[in-house]
Design a protein around this ligand. Structure first.
Ligand code: ADP
Length: 480
């Protein structure tokens, strides 16, 4: 099989400088899903040059003109929803229904920022000196280097590229190694949307080498990253050398709290969304379940009943609710968290094992798992699991559960279920997380700010907030 070109620079599809290739594997079957070019820092530098050369003209277009391209892209992505979704499901395993939702989410971002481009307002500020005027301009930061993970391969790109382009920045994107096929298809749509040459560029390739080019090349003014906290810290350290702007969407370890006054059925559905969607491979996935001691038994029973009905399988099959894990490394981490918890006294209430019978044996499948009698010593209660396993901890009162919930280096998402409106407000205010779902297990929307506190990141994506990271604020003082 010939390698598909995966490097797009200055409007051209190119071979990688290294001439290396990458084989993409379907995690549901172990079969080869494709072979693509695999570049490195040399390709990244070429792409940065192209983006840099295109910046002057792109940033000087009117916002209405930039908006037109984004709107074209919105329509193309919407119209190619099924094709993009099938590629996502093929290369990283998520159920087709979810993949289609992701593609529509991406399209929605392109539309949102097609609109937002037109609303980058400045200010005039009253002066303290009678013959001076203060004017505040908002201008694009320059060339943006974007790095994204495999878990939402299309929408993570949209959430960075759409606001960057709307603001007037030009872009070099490095997708994840696991998901180049949907990235290539998305970029073919960028090409079709008619963006001027050099405005958007893509390099699939070696992460360290490309990351280093993004750090070292002074033409890159901003690094926008979604991925692990470990890599985020490396990029922040590197970016510090030239004081590059960064925005970081990093790991999470979400507490999910169920009070004794909660609607338990709604809480089970919310937890299912938060923990088992995308096979638990989301930075906002619940990673710790705290249930009030008065309802812990009945809640766990309801949860297990729900999981018994969940069909695990190839994401491309119609009835699949939970797909495979993305790769063997991901699977081994999840199994390690289960073993570690059990060795410290946790009990399996449901699941607990890799699925190996028949077709399952070729993929990276695991049963959705509930671990009861968990405690704070277990890895799963403080390390990000990224899989369909939830540990249950019983709690006695509100104050103690807030303390436990906030006891984390992460601060991305938290969830609380209660029918008591005062308690809901207290949770909204006291949980130290960038996103709080109150009676809501699936809180993301295009227009809402998405991002974390503490080691979960810096900056926000989404809506009007998502523009900030791609704009500089310039103060102009005028003597009249
Ligand atoms: P995950 O474990 O979820 O794959 P990573 O943080 O390793 O999370 O990956 C997220 C993205 O960061 C991917 O596109 C990956 O290729 C990229 N990446 C990994 N290591 C580096 C690095 N040293 N420099 C730049 N990007 C990197």
């Amino acid at each position: 099989m010939e390698a598909t070109k995966s490097i797009f620079i200055q409007g051209e599809w190119l071979e990688s400088e290294s001439e290396e290739t990458l084989t993409v594997v379907n995690p549901a079957t172990g079969d080869q899903a494709g072979i693509v070019g695999f570049g490195d820092g040399r390709d990244a530098d070429k792409a940065i040059d192209a983006a840099h050369a295109a910046f002057a003209s792109w940033s000087q277009l009117t916002a209405r003109e930039r908006s037109k391209y984004l709107y074209n892209l919105y329509e193309l992505v919407r119209n190619h929803r099924d094709e993009l979704a099938e590629l996502i499901s093929l290369e990283m395993g998520k159920p087709l229904r979810e993949a289609k939702g992701e593609v529509l989410g991406a399209a929605d971002n392109f539309m949102w920022y097609a609109e937002e481009a037109k609303r980058v307002y400045g200010d005039t500020v009253p002066s303290s000196v009678s013959n001076k005027r203060i004017m505040v301009l908002r201008q694009p930061v320059g060339v943006v280097a974007a790095i994204t993970p495999w878990n939402f391969p299309v929408n993570m790109a949209a959430r960075k590229l759409a606001p960057a382009l709307a603001a007037g920045c030009t872009v070099v994107w490095k997708p994840a190694e696991g998901t180049p096929l949907s990235a290539i298809r998305l970029f073919q749509l960028f090409e079709q949307a008619g963006f001027p040459k050099g405005v958007v560029n893509m390099v699939v390739g070696k992460p360290e080498s490309i990351g280093q080019a993004f750090i070292d090349n002074p033409k890159v003014r901003k690094i926008a990253f979604t991925g692990s906290t470990r890599v985020g810290k490396l990029l922040m350290e590197g970016a510090a050398k030239q004081v590059k702007r960064v925005s970081m969407e990093l790991g999470g370890h979400a507490p999910f709290i169920v009070f004794d006054d909660a609607n338990l059925d709604a809480a089970v559905e919310g937890l299912f969304e938060s923990k088992f969607r995308n096979c638990g491979q989301m930075c906002i996935s619940a990673n710790r379940l705290y249930v009030h001691e008065a309802v812990v038994e009945s809640f766990t029973e309801k949860l297990v009943e729900r999981l018994k009905k969940a069909k695990v399988g190839d994401g491309r099959k119609k009835d699949t609710e939970i797909g495979p894990l993305v790769n063997e490394r991901g699977l081994n981490k999840v199994l390690d968290h289960i073993r570690d918890a059990m060795s410290q006294g946790a009990r399996v209430a449901h699941g607990g094992s890799r699925l190996t019978d028949g077709d399952y044996g070729n993929g990276f499948f695991i049963e959705p798992t509930v671990l009861v009698e968990a405690n704070e010593e277990m890895k799963i209660v403080y390390e990000e699991t990224f899989g369909p396993v939830i540990p249950v901890i019983a709690f006695k009162d509100e104050a103690s559960v807030v303390t436990m919930a906030n006891n984390s280096n992460y601060g991305l998402a938290a969830y609380a279920y209660s029918e008591n409106v005062s308690r809901c407000f207290r949770m909204a205010e006291q949980l130290e997380y960038g996103i709080v779902g109150i009676n809501d297990g699936s809180p993301t929307q295009t227009q809402a700010p998405f991002g974390g506190m503490k080691e979960s990141g810096i900056g926000r994506e989404g809506g009007v907030y998502g523009m900030d990271g791609f704009l500089e604020t310039k103060f102009v003082s005028i003597t009249v």
